[in-house]
Design a protein around this ligand. Sequence first.
Ligand code: ATP
Ligand code: MG
Length: 407
Amino acid sequence: GWFSTPSLRRVFDVFNVDGGEVRVVGGAVRNSLMGLPAGDIDMATTWRPDEVAERAKAAGIKVVPTGIDHGTVTLVIDGTPYEVTTLRRDVATDGRRAEVAFGTDWKADAERRDFTINALYANDRGDVFDDVGGLADIETRTLRFIGDASERVAEDYLRILRFFRFFAHYGRGRPDADGLRACARARSKLATLSAERVWAETKKLLSADDPGRALLWMRQAGVLTEILPETEKWGIDAIPELVAAERAFGWKPDPLLRLSAIVPPDEERLEAMAERLRVSKAEAAYFSRWAKAPAVPATIVDTAFDRLLYRHGVEGIVVRLRLALSTARRKSEGDPAFLSETASLRRLLARAEAFKRPSFPLNGGDVLKAGVPAGPRVGEILGELENLWIERNFNLDRANLVARLEA
Ligand code: ATP
Ligand code: MG
């Protein structure tokens, strides 16, 4: 697996010299112990950040000074990034970002991390170092803060969301009671975090195989309302049926679709949500297209459906159909009367996904050539002919339209 790749060996070879050391830490160690694929590879080292950069450069490795003040240097080898961070110990915190000092103490570095399962280190021989009981918690899939849960939450309130995120991905049974209580008590402090951090963490949570349980616990702890008040009345019951539909129909888990399932399809509210969370332009467009898209009756005929797709765009309608289809699929499990609705929606979804938007064969130049003087009338005439063309199911060709223009 990833542990024996030549590029990782190079990192070990460059830094395990002259009394210094580097180890893999965090998600990569955690996931490999759980038999899951590793995401990005984070590393910890006794070398200072400037020494990391210098030694890497001397070895001909590409260096990106990601966050040199925070002690992180990214090395890129054969296209794979390795985030190498100098061992740190906490000095002070304002609850938003921890202030740290560099050191050479592996245990102190482990103790400033958030959860026991995230504080395991592996050396180049695959030996695992565990100062905080992370191995036992991996066995039982327990998400546990290192040290006093309330204190750790107060150091960085993002850890509230990380608690539910890691629980969603790796937890089993009930969440750890101390952790849950600490998160619930500090929930009002989530408002002090930067929107970008909250949104990034929320998306990761919503990307879990099944975020349903974690969302229930978040609601129970009063945390969900703090970050997504939109879900308050709407409820999160749509998540299980959506997850079931993803599995039944082979859809890739999509955090935006999952969020769409639990917020009201109201343009204004979604705009406000997108602004508050500072989502990207593309993400804001996703919500807006969906909110603007009309509900599609399962009984719609193909020609009318194609006109709808042309007018509103495929993306928003696909989101609507997927949500409607998950609900219909769930209902059809208890009531076969919904089977035909499910089948119709599936067919419409396939049709939408295969839809090639026809392009209107006339442009402003044609209207001018027909003798209409330049001005607002040109666009109006073009619009009228486009409407006619749509109403005739895109079946009027260019010659026909030009003839109508000249008539
Ligand atoms: P992923 O699979 O999402 O990358 P990860 O555990 O590697 O999971 P990262 O956000 O990449 O998570 O962080 C790497 C490691 O840094 C974590 O495993 C944890 O030890 C530590 N860490 C990250 N963020 C925090 C935080 N807010 N507070 C304390 N420790 C943190
Ligand atoms: Mg990581």
